[in-house]
Design a protein around this ligand. Sequence first.
Ligand code: FAD
Length: 505
Amino acid sequence: MTDNRIGRIVIVGGGTAGWMSAAMLARALGPGVAISLVESEAIGTVGVGEASIPQLRNFNAFIGLDEDAFLRATEGTIKLGIEFVDWLRPGHRYMHAFGPVGRPLGVTPFHHYWLDARRRGTAGDDFWAWSANALAARAGRFGRVPTSPAQAGGAEPLTWAFHFDAALYARHLRTRAEARGVARVEGRIVGVDQDGETGFLRAVTLEGERRVEGDLFIDCSGFRGLLIQEALETGYEDWREWLPMDSAWAVPSRDEAPPVPYTRAWARDAGWQWRIPLRHRTGNGHVFSSAWTDKDAAARVLMDNLEGEALAEPRLLTFVTGRRKRSWNRNVVALGLAAGFMEPLESTSIHLVQSGLARLLALFPDKGFDPLLAAEFNRQTADEYARIRDFLVLHYKATEREDTPFWASRRTMEIPDTLAERMALFASSGRVFSRDDDLFKESSWVQVLLGQGVTPAATHPMTGVVADDQIDGWLDDLSRITARTAAALPSHAAFLGRAETRLAG
Ligand code: FAD
């Protein structure tokens, strides 16, 4: 089998990862490759996954899913960013808004000019006054136009993602995948059939002595990693020293009206709490570290801080932050929770499924399993995970909080060198760069660095080329235009109402 073309792909698992894989592979590979998906209703899915990042729009476009149809099918709302409350210190809040803040002047990034003007006392403390996304989020507004700075009179247009019900999304993707010929197999996998010499999988075996044979297996079986770990014993890199969250209580509550177009994340004594407004309910969760609090106390924190009535009993999920040592092992590629999990702080998990699929297609083993393809896949995956990990760790490391043992421990923890170097460069000179294909670009790093209280000692020397009063005038104009752009948008509720009817009619 190792030198044959891939004619049969078997996807194991029908959670968000499994059905995203089915929809994308069927669309990309066409009818020449037979795709089957095995899932077990008796086992179920994690079914949380409610917040996304803007890249999901590309995935939907690739599979031909119209945005309004997506919002309708998933009870979705718009997400313009995340508001972090109490992370730097109690009472403090800031936003990580999608898209740029301000605009560069020549080649020098915006934040250098703003930092200089703030030091001179000619710009206020609110960096986000130059972010159309942040202003629209605060005002509860959203619209798809303007689409360019020219249309917006010089301000940047909005950049958005979604809040959505991941279980409904998976259901919708299933319909699309099945329409493209993906065969769904219901049943519990109880074993695998492996080649005695190479260890390559030949088939998965199901209860009732059924077999599903394949050439390439996509392991989307969730945390347990049925193929990648239980069959192939690939191993796991444990990142709990940096990201000690290992549990989450999740509970839906009655809708907040109207839904705000951003996620809220409150720091709590031994973790943090999310609030994600959908149209049919609000998603809530408390992510915590069992090393610093017990699960009953953590459940009380969640339930005591709900804004609406709970619609179900809270559900406990447990996990180990980190990633599989190799996501591609022999003829198995792990995606979704089977590949790793870094906690939901910046809503990166569903994106990692999407980027893993794009990577698999770029390195697709059409003429058998060249180990170089797998090695490149694993190198790129490891890089992507490590960069996201660093970005998440920043939220905990850069804090003034020492008021609980958990926060005191985060402030003083040793961090990966890659993050330490980025923080030090920013602290000394205001400079931060995204590297290669970093998921989070400069604007995200700057917002979280500033939001978490890392203030540069100096700014870029090129800010001195332009006279101060010219800079001040430019900043004034830009903040006025940005505010006007945001104020002209319809309310988020009105936008959703129109999305509801746009395709219905
Ligand atoms: P699962 O949903 O666990 O699906 C596993 C599938 O494998 C199921 O269909 C199951 O039936 C099947 N299966 C397992 N064993 C067998 C077997 N023996 N036989 C047959 N079938 C089997 N991601 C985001 O992007 N944004 C978020 O806001 C977000 N929030 C999260 C919050 C929490 C607390 C957690 C834990 C995760 C969150 N995630 C989030 C991650 C997100 O939920 C997952 O990445 C996503 O749902 C993909 O999960 P999955 O499909 O890999 O696994």
